[in-house]
Design a protein. Structure first.
Ligand code: SF4
Length: 327
């Protein structure tokens, strides 16, 4: 068997920020803030995977062992992480060993950025430049932003910002998990995409082309996918306490057994889903987790039918997840 795809590793659930659209802010009273310990980290079978992304719900550079974690994982596969960018200067040596460094930016406007994320945009730009200006630098630098109704017109400016900082790529994500009612309506996707949003995406694409950087915008039209982009057939999440889950959307580091999400404007609740502990990875992957993956495998097989009429239903926990609807 060839290598599996991506193992996402939740190395910390702590974060210095309280961003408006983050579940940590929305569920602050029940959030469990902690760092993954090295014993759990060492039991992750990195050699089975092509790539390890060291981030779940939290800021990975807050884990005091992050340097050792990067060193350990990179012996076996490519390694990257997404960070809020605040601590890059303090971890420069570690960060330079990554294959991919994604930095979250909410807006190209300093005031708006402060209002959404509560941190100084200028400081993040300086930190990104610290990496990009290194000679023979290793990591690909990606600016990750979230398209929201009130920030989407900033997309072309974010491309400018990325270019100014020496980044290689901009990824425009959707607010694909909506944890609270006050965020409903801020998403830019829908059954028929807003022409204004499509225009901003086009402008950003054009600018990126001119500046010679990559630009990727997630789809903004809701359409049922055979397999979500998280692709549980090949990938999985290892939570901060070592449990194996299909994705971050079925896990939250809270005291509740359930996950609340708003889907098509309505509140829904799904049970969290774990398949066992990483110390028993081989058995769990072949047994408990296999049954979940097979649902997606059967869905995928219908792509070869001339009339794909009998597509197996999505797992119940996925029906109200926007990732299952292609955004
Ligand atoms: S559809 Fe959503 S909940 Fe289901 S596996 Fe994909 S990302 Fe996870």
């Amino acid at each position: 068997m060839g290598k599996l795809g991506i193992v996402q590793v939740e190395v910390s659930t702590r974060c210095q920020l309280s961003c408006l659209m983050c579940p940590k802010f929305q569920f602050k009273d029940e959030w469990i803030s902690k760092d993954m310990d090295m014993e759990i980290f060492h039991s992750i079978p990195f050699k089975k995977f092509r790539y390890a992304h060291l981030q779940g719900w939290g800021e990975p550079l807050l884990n005091p062992n992050i340097g050792e974690m990067i060193e350990t994982a990179r012996k076996h596969c490519s390694v990257g992480l997404t960070t809020n960018g605040i601590l890059i200067d303090r971890h420069l040596e570690d960060v330079l060993k990554l294959d991919l460094l994604a930095v979250s930016i909410a807006s190209a406007d300093a005031e708006e950025h402060m209002a959404i994320r509560g941190c100084r945009l200028e400081k993040l730009k300086e930190n990104i430049k610290l990496v990009s200006e290194q000679r023979d630098r290793e990591p690909k630098i990606v600016i990750a932003t979230m398209m929201l109704k009130n920030t989407v017109e900033q997309l072309p400016d974010i491309v400018d910002l990325a270019h100014e900082c020496g980044a290689d790529e901009v990824i425009a994500n959707n607010m694909d998990y909506i944890p609270s009612e006050q965020l409903v309506g801020m998403e830019v996707f829908g059954s028929s995409p807003d022409p204004g949003v499509l225009e901003q995406i086009k402008k950003a694409e054009k600018k990126a082309n001119e500046l010679g950087i990559n630009f990727v915008a997630k789809p903004v039209k809701l359409e049922e996918a055979l397999v979500c982009a998280e692709d549980p057939i090949k990938n999985c999440l290892i939570t901060v306490d070592g449990r194996i889950a299909p994705c971050v959307y079925l896990h939250l580091p809270t005291r509740s057994e359930y996950i609340s999400r708003y889907f098509r404007g309505r509140k829904t609740k799904v049970p969290k889903l774990y398949f066992g502990h990483v110390s028993e990875f081989n058995r769990v992957w072949k047994e408990e987790y296999r049954r979940f993956r097979e649902i997606f495998e059967r869905r995928l097989q219908t792509r070869y039918q001339s009339l794909p009429l009998n597509i197996p239903d999505l797992p119940d926990v996925c029906k109200t997840c926007y990732k299952a609807w292609s955004v």
